[in-house]
Write a protein that binds this ligand. Structure first.
Ligand code: GLY
Length: 354
């Protein structure tokens, strides 16, 4: 078992990582929240059939009365209507402020369920049990919870920290190869911005089986990097933006195709490679860095290019201009393992797209 403490004062919590952790969640939750009598499991139509019964049994064994709330799987569920429905179900189940919400699923469930917990009775305890690699190393840690609005993704939300994150890496066994690699793109990102040894380790696995045999240590390293960053910048006003390496272009690529062509991690992969190729040409990044990124992405079948004209991507990015003002913060690598924030005026952005 690996344990990472997230030191956020009154909102501090632990991330526990182990294969086979799910059946122990009930006793851990009961010990953490002794006043809780009821637990609501929020999950989706993909994950609930696989793991909700096991989690329910574990919570019931610990003396909790369990209610299940299952939403339709997919990003299209991450909206105000589904949020409202989930809140009504929590109320109908009679949960009180001393009870607990558990989110069992990927990023959509964690984000929506976390926001439901943040708003139900002005805040009820919640526990994250992420089931995708992307959620295990990124979205379940750091307290960003949200739903999408018609105007854009994650536009209604809060910073609301969980009471604990329980990561059972055995749950990754049911993840498709594409989504294992989708999450791995974020792990590669952590290596790029903060940890050259992690980058080399991921580049060095013989195959997916070797990666999976060592996945607890990869997940723990990524969570520790994120925890240290979030501790310094919980509300995303500075250092936390480092986590956005590859995301500016990645988001534009995802958005350009209406989120139907590239996954989030695939968009980030394209963003990391294309930006680093360009900053290397501009003399801002150590020579050879883009080639190293290219080879690790290729190894895990992650894309390098979106096949979209620069003008079209700029057009998509310009829609975000309103939100960001006249400049954006790009994350640039000085070398593998060392990312820095770079404030760039909008008119300078085309230079970074090659
Ligand atoms: N996923 C980026 C962050 O949590 O800040």
């Amino acid at each position: 078992m690996k344990k990472i403490h997230v030191a956020l004062g009154a909102h501090a919590y632990d991330i526990e990582i182990a294969a086979g952790l799910l059946p122990q969640v009930g006793s851990k939750v009961a010990a953490l929240l002794p006043k809780a009598r009821k637990a609501a499991i929020i999950s989706d139509t993909n994950v609930a059939p696989l793991y909700a019964t096991k989690l329910q049994a574990s919570l019931e064994e610990a003396g909790l009365v369990v209610h299940k709330v299952v939403i339709e799987a997919g990003e299209q569920s991450k909206n105000m209507q589904v949020l409202s429905d989930v809140l009504e179900q929590l109320a109908a189940a009679g949960l009180t402020r001393t009870d607990v919400v558990l989110t069992l699923g990927g990023g959509v469930v964690g984000d929506l369920g976390g926001f439901a917990a943040a708003s139900f009775m002005r805040g009820i305890a919640f526990v994250q049990i992420p089931t995708s690699l992307l959620a295990q190393i990124d979205s379940s840690v750091g307290g960003k919870v949200a739903v999408d609005l018609k105007a854009g993704k994650n536009l209604a939300g809060a910073f609301y920290q969980p009471k604990a994150v329980f990561i059972d890496t055995d749950l990754l066994a049911t993840l498709s190869t594409r989504f294992l690699h989708d999450g791995l793109a974020e792990a590669i990102k952590y290596g790029c911005i903060k940890d050259a040894a992690l980058f080399e380790k991921i580049a060095g696995y013989a195959d997916d089986a070797a990666l999976l045999a060592d996945i607890d240590s990869v997940v723990a390293t990524c969570c520790a990097i994120k925890a240290r960053i979030v501790e310094q910048d919980e509300f995303d006003t500075g250092l936390r933006m480092l986590l956005n390496f590859g995301h500016t272009l990645g988001h534009a690529v995802e958005q350009h195709f209406g989120y139907s062509c590239f996954t989030h991690g695939e968009g980030v992969a394209i963003g990391m490679y294309q930006l680093t190729k360009r900053t290397e040409e501009l003399g801002m990044t150590a020579q050879g860095s883009a080639e190293l990124i290219k080879s690790v992405l290729e190894k895990y079948n992650l894309p390098l290019t979106a096949g979209v004209e620069k003008a079209q991507l700029l057009d998509t990015m310009a829609r975000d201009k309103k939100k960001n003002g006249n400049s954006i913060t790009l994350i640039i690598l000085q070398q593998i393992g060392e990312g820095v924030l770079q404030k760039v005026d909008w008119q300078e952005v085309p230079k970074y797209l090659g």
